[in-house]
Design a protein around this ligand. Structure first.
Ligand SMILES: Cc1cn([C@H]2C[C@H](O)[C@@H](COP(=O)(O)OP(=O)(O)O[C@H]3O[C@H](CO)[C@@H](O)[C@H](O)[C@H]3O)O2)c(=O)[nH]c1=O
Length: 350
């Protein structure tokens, strides 16, 4: 039986990866490591928590000694590393938290892999899940490929770029089998409502303003989170050591167009008169250093490993809205207490 450590498994993308591996690979034991920050929620995994090939451990990856003890206790065959601070806006107000988790946390895991796997790196794998934001911003044309030079702009993307570099350095220096993938914006169920799509769904549902940064002209490439989890599965099992793959949906949307589509779906689902939700759109001060456009070329992944996105965006967005409307309790739980959207806290009234 293979033992795989998945970090950040209680988060949005991580929970989809954990679920997929637990369900599809009964001969693997999946250890989910998560700090359970505001964005980590074990309720995301309630459907698989009793499976015999799943266990959970609450650890902060900045705690090197806890990581080392875990590696000493468990004989991991592989690490799939998703644990990260991921919200660009939060990184603008508290960059250090991003350096700690995303850079130091990653290096702590790499050090443990180096120490505990050193007798034989050949049957081990360290897979780092990263972002297309490391490549910087595009103008109106062009796409990021795996050879695009890194040019991060936000503290978040700078921290992910740094962690990518450390992963490559440990591959080149120590010979650890490392793989990296850089993915575009994900959407789907269990997404914490500080990010654009779930925030807008939640606000429209509650008749609150939907904040659009700047003029809403920024472009993002959206991918169904389960397609991302499937890409991670394929890359984990098939990529050669040292490889990098871009993952994207070939699905670019201006923020404002996406929100109009979402408003239309919400009007339909909530039985509101057409145009009601769109009245909630509110243009607010732009994000500092806001990257204009991301577009990612996943040809390498498609050609070499045969992965393609499965779901059309309109269908996926409707499914996502349905999930949030049915899972009201989940939404109320994660938004209760003193949670406020980043916009409410940082930008309101500016
Ligand atoms: C939260 C929020 C966002 N926006 C804008 C900013 C962006 O242009 C776009 C999407 O914003 P976010 O949902 O925060 O996602 P973005 O900054 O693109 O980053 C996401 O996508 C990245 C991959 O590209 C991931 O690495 C990040 O972890 C993930 O958060 O919508 C608004 O206009 N209003 C908002 O309230």
């Amino acid at each position: 039986m293979k033992k795989i450590l998945i970090t950040g498994g209680a988060g949005f993308i991580g929970s989809h990866v954990v679920r997929r591996f637990v369900n599809n690979y009964p001969d693997y034991h999946i250890v989910n490591l998560d700090k359970l920050t505001y964005a980590g929620n074990l309720a995301n995994l309630s459907d698989i928590e009793d499976k015999p090939n799943y266990s959970f451990v609450k650890i902060d990856i900045t705690d090197a000694s806890a990581i080392n003890q875990l590696f000493g206790r468990e004989n991991f065959d592989a690490v799939i590393h998703l644990a990260a601070e991921s919200h660009v806006d939060r990184s603008i107000t508290d960059p250090t938290a991003f350096v700690m988790t995303n850079v130091i946390g990653t290096v702590n895991l790499l050090n443990a892999a180096r120490e505990y796997w050193k007798d034989d790196y050949s049957n081990k794998r360290f897979y780092h899940i990263s972002t297309d934001e490391v490549y910087g911003a595009l103008g109106e044309t062009g796409m990021f490929t795996e050879t695009t030079a890194y040019d991060p702009h936000s503290p978040y993307s700078a921290s992910k770029a740094s962690s990518d570099h450390f992963v490559r350095a440990y591959h080149d220096t120590y010979g650890i089998d490392c793989v990296i993938s850089n993915c575009s914006n994900n959407y789907g169920s269990h997404h914490f409502p500080e990010k654009l799509i779930p925030l807008a769904i939640n606000n429209i549902k509650n008749n609150k303003p939907v904040p659009i940064y700047g003029k809403g002209e920024n472009v993002r490439d959206w991918l169904w989170v389960e397609d991302h989890a499937r890409a991670i599965d394929v890359i984990f099992h098939q990529a050669k050591a040292g490889e990098t793959y871009n993952i994207g949906g070939h699905n670019e949307w201006k923020n404002i167009d996406l929100i109009h589509l979402l408003c239309k779906i919400m009007d339909d689902k909530l039985g509101r008169e057409a145009g009601t939700s769109a009245k909630l759109i509110t243009f607010v001060t732009d994000r500092a250093g806001h990257d204009l456009r991301y577009a990612i070329d996943s040809t390498k992944l498609q050609k070499e490993l045969g992965w393609t996105p499965s779901l059309q965006f309109e269908e996926g967005l409707e499914k996502t809205v349905d999930w949030y409307l049915v899972n009201e309790e989940w939404l109320n739980n994660v938004t209760s207490g003193n949670y406020q959207s980043y916009y409410d806290k940082q930008y309101n009234g500016r």
